[in-house]
Write a protein that binds this ligand. Structure first.
Ligand SMILES: NC(=O)C1=CN([C@@H]2O[C@H](COP(=O)(O)OP(=O)(O)OC[C@H]3O[C@@H](n4cnc5c(N)ncnc54)[C@H](O)[C@@H]3O)[C@@H](O)[C@H]2O)C=CC1
Ligand SMILES: O=C(O)C(=O)[C@H](O)COP(=O)(O)O
Length: 208
């Protein structure tokens, strides 16, 4: 290697990385969205604009065309998304098709640099399997806002993992969000009363 200032810096960083570097930047990395409804769409749009992330999306209920219109690459295979993305963010409802959607097998497909985010509902990710994956450093880390047991117990065992951060279902806990939710609910009742199709039925993004 040629000896110049840049190469010298690389050598110093390489040798001392574990001692003083605290993390990795997300700029130019790849985001995998599971679910691209209201929240998934906004998360993807913001991370793409703000951090130039390459965004892949898995949502079997949204067409490839619509997904591409949102600015995301359509991925029909969940395992491919899991294997190729640096950050995986889950924004789906909890139901029979999503319960334990991310378990031992899916976690084993992730890499040691994957970060898993679940702000949806507890139970979509199997918490026991996640605990093992974090303990074994099978993935880099996880951040959750929703848990199987809520209110979130202070001594939840995931908090014993230094590579885990969690918040107690706080995602929608703002004055503004609550106001929007209230207005949305009232709007739906008015639509129903007037015999106009409700937004829940036609999809918020498909307004006539
Ligand atoms: N942490 C918090 O405070 C909050 C959590 N949530 C949770 O986040 C979830 C997502 O919220 P929104 O985006 O508003 O809902 P949404 O209904 O607009 O979007 C959900 C998306 O998930 C997709 N989906 C359903 N089943 C799927 C599957 N098996 N695989 C992949 N995609 C699937 C749907 O096609 C839809 O596009 C909610 O269901 C709720 O549980 C919502 C608001 C606040
Ligand atoms: O707790 C909340 O608030 C939420 O997670 C969202 O507003 C959505 O709630 P659900 O309508 O899915 O119960």
């Amino acid at each position: 290697m040629k000896l110049n200032l840049q190469n010298l810096l690389y050598v110093i960083l390489e040798r001392n990385q574990p001692m003083f570097l605290k993390g990795y930047e997300i700029t130019d990395t790849r985001l995998g969205l599971i679910g691209i409804g209201h929240i998934g769409y906004l998360v993807g749009t913001r991370l793409k604009a703000g951090f130039n992330m390459d965004v892949l999306a898995y949502d079997p209920f949204i067409s490839k065309e619509k997904c591409n219109d949102m600015g995301f690459q359509y991925e029909r295979d969940l395992n491919t998304l899991i294997q190729t993305c640096d950050i995986i963010s889950i924004s789906v409802p909890l139901n029979d098709s999503t319960k334990n959607m991310i378990s031992k097998k899916e976690l084993s497909l992730m890499s040691t640099s994957t970060i898993l985010i679940n702000t949806s509902r507890g139970g979509i990710v199997n918490e026991e399997d996640l605990y093992e994956a974090l303990q074994n450093h099978q993935i880099l880390g996880a951040g959750f806002d929703a848990f199987i047991e809520e209110p979130l117990p202070a001594h939840h065992k995931l908090f014993t993992c230094p590579n885990f951060v969690g918040t107690p279902h706080n995602g929608a806990n703002t004055y503004e969000a609550l106001t929007r939710m209230g207005k949305g609910a009232v709007g739906e009742i008015i639509r129903f009363e007037k015999g106009v199709p409700t937004l829940t039925n036609i999809g918020f993004n498909n307004l006539p």
